[in-house]
Design a protein around this ligand. Sequence first.
Ligand SMILES: Cc1cc2nc3c(=O)[nH]c(=O)nc-3n(C[C@H](O)[C@H](O)[C@H](O)COP(=O)(O)OP(=O)(O)OC[C@H]3O[C@@H](n4cnc5c(N)ncnc54)[C@H](O)[C@@H]3O)c2cc1C
Length: 390
Amino acid sequence: MNFDFSPRERELARLGRAFADEVLVPLEEATDRHGELPMELRAGVRQAVRDWGLAGINHGREHGGMGLTMVEQTVIEEQLGRVTNGLWSCVWRPPVSLKSGTPEQIETYLLPSIHGERRGAFAISEPDAGSDPRRVQTAARQRDGVWYLTGDKWFVTSYNASDFIIVHAHVDGDPDKPTLFLVDKPAAGMTHRRSPAFMHNFAFDHAELRFDDAPVPANRMLGEVGQGFEMTKDWFVEARLQIASHAVGAATRAAELANDYAANRHAFDRPIRDFQSIEFMLADMAVELFAAKSMLYRVAWEIDSGADRKTIHARASALKLYCSEAAGRIVDKAVQIFGGRGYMRENPVERLYRDIRVDRIWEGTSEIQRVVVGSQIRKRGMGVYTETAI
Ligand SMILES: Cc1cc2nc3c(=O)[nH]c(=O)nc-3n(C[C@H](O)[C@H](O)[C@H](O)COP(=O)(O)OP(=O)(O)OC[C@H]3O[C@@H](n4cnc5c(N)ncnc54)[C@H](O)[C@@H]3O)c2cc1C
């Protein structure tokens, strides 16, 4: 077994760290105060992503992407995860489902998205459908060769940074026909209801949209009728790995800041790290990070090594569950070590505390990840997770 990072992986991790420190960290406080990344700063950040060679991190060279392995993507994403306010999302990751488009869709949506000239938001969730996408009510009905979408979509992340939406709808209202549609903005029949405030102040908004018989040309269906869920599942694996990477990056930054603070903050004539209660917190933080990172790189490596889809699915759920929950525990301890200063918005650990809470909710809640892990164990045995060399 070789656990060494290659020179290329180290170089990419340094690139990710430098980009985070030099371009994104300086935007953190303005983003937090403003509620999202101010509009006037967005074009500059987009250009910086291109200038730093970070465009198309999750796509192959054949489409103009960086052509990275999953481990290579992960070393970058981990560093981006250190930044607060979801500013990591400035480094776009066009949905992998766009690769399944027609040559014309690839030309019109995927290639410009990789170059950062276009951006797509993903709209699956609805007022009455989150964990259970079969409850999606948005229906697509065809008349005279045109699709018409009707329904509500909630939590559409990056709507105000996007110029198209990938909408998950049920053809004829039939949950056995989940299908994806590419909807260009602005769209007739599509209304932006509102973009409510959330616990975190994220780089971009999370919008609520209403579709009222919104016409979508037949050539804007992505894949075929009924393929929507399979395509979304592929996106989930990638998104879960990305969340795990960010959670690890966020928790590492919080742990490092808390460790430095504990060495320098004095109480009762000694550095607070000399109190065993503080040292034990730092020890638990380090051990959880060690476990989370080990899991993260193992799953990324397994994807690169061609492990089968079911195994990857099973492990991506366990990974997202563990890393997001561990990050919650680690950042909470960091806030505690900082005392009152940990509760101040100007302190990155306070912002990280708000930011990482959603990692236990989006792209499948912790409960849903446990459902996946549990059903894998039931079907395939504990070995899915506990395999030994025997
Ligand atoms: C900031 C943010 C950004 C988001 N961005 C997007 C986006 O871009 N696009 C998009 O489509 N969606 C997005 N979402 C939606 C997100 O994916 C959903 O919130 C998530 O899937 C949970 O769905 P829900 O909120 O409807 O909760 P529900 O599904 O209603 O769940 C409520 C509670 O019940 C539990 N529960 C549900 N089913 C089970 C079960 N079988 N077993 C045990 N417990 C269960 C859940 O774990 C949870 O605790 C975003 C959400 C947030 C908060």
